[in-house]
Design a protein around this ligand. Structure first.
Ligand code: NAD
Length: 236
């Protein structure tokens, strides 16, 4: 079996479905079957209809907040600790890689730990945004200038994050990139596999990169990582 020195992982919403978080594009269960992304996940929607934006999103964010890492997240944390994985590039905003113990994580679409004021840019903990919504406000506002608060996630219409550019640099050194649970349809993140020398894809449904992959495994991420970890003599 070939040994790779520089293995990176790119994860998408599919790695977290086994933690109870629905993804966007799964054929039957994806959230995009129920709502229009431009109405709920764009900067335009936030600025134009903030009440609707927050009503549509807050229940999902609370699910992300209370979710626990599954075996795939735990296996990746262990593989990093043992020196087999250099880092994880994630499109997810749920923070489950860090909860599982992963250290080198690039969150290319942001995260739910903080929020910022659209007016003055002041940063608050995400809890403060949730607290305002839970205590009766329709939209969360900045305590300093009374403008709208926004979550520090990348919305349609935002520029890409610094983490995206850092991940892009790191992946130029990737001998192998393992893509887990991503439809690879969201750009520019979906361009990242092109930087690695070889790619392996673990995904329940076909992706546009399958033809160029060294190996495609069409099974659930939890199952694949449980088997891999056992075969390597570890336990999660
Ligand atoms: P996606 O919804 O477009 O695709 C998910 C893919 O994962 C699908 O192709 C599906 O077949 C596959 N999948 C589902 N469960 C799986 C499992 N158990 N094992 C293996 N594969 C599985 O997700 P994406 O490519 O990440 O892009 C969508 C965007 O959704 C991202 O930008 C991300 O920010 C956002 N998102 C994030 C979360 C989260 O943070 N958990 C949840 C929903 C959406």
């Amino acid at each position: 079996m070939q040994h790779y020195n520089s293995v990176f992982v790119l994860t998408g919403a599919g790695i977290s479905t086994e933690s109870g978080i629905p993804d966007y594009r799964s054929a039957q269960t994806g959230l995009w079957n129920q709502m229009d992304p431009m109405n709920v996940s764009s900067l335009y929607a936030l600025q134009r209809e903030p009440t609707i934006f927050y009503q549509a999103n807050v229940k999902h964010w609370l699910t992300y907040y209370s979710a626990e890492p599954n075996d795939a997240h735990k296996a990746l944390a262990l593989l990093e600790k043992k020196g087999h994985v250099r880092g994880i590039v994630t499109q997810n905003i749920d923070g489950l890689h860090q909860k599982a113990g992963s250290v080198k994580v690039w969150e290319v679409h942001g995260h739910l730990r903080t929020c910022s004021c659209l007016g003055c840019g002041k940063r608050y903990s995400f809890y403060q945004l949730i607290h305002q919504l839970e205590t009766g406000r329709y939209v969360p506002l900045c305590a300093k200038c009374n403008q709208l608060l926004r979550p520090d996630v990348i919305l349609f219409g935002d520029q890409m994050s610094l983490d995206f550019f850092r991940a892009r640099d790191a992946l130029k050194r990737a001998e192998l990139l393992v893509v887990v649970g991503s439809s690879l349809q969201v750009y520019p993140a979906a361009e990242l596999p092109g930087l690695a020398q070889k790619i392996v894809i673990i995904n329940l449904e076909p992706t546009p990169w399958d033809d160029q992959a060294h190996l495609v495994i069409r099974r659930s991420a939890g199952e694949v990582f449980r088997e891999l970890i056992t075969a390597m003599g570890y336990t999660v």
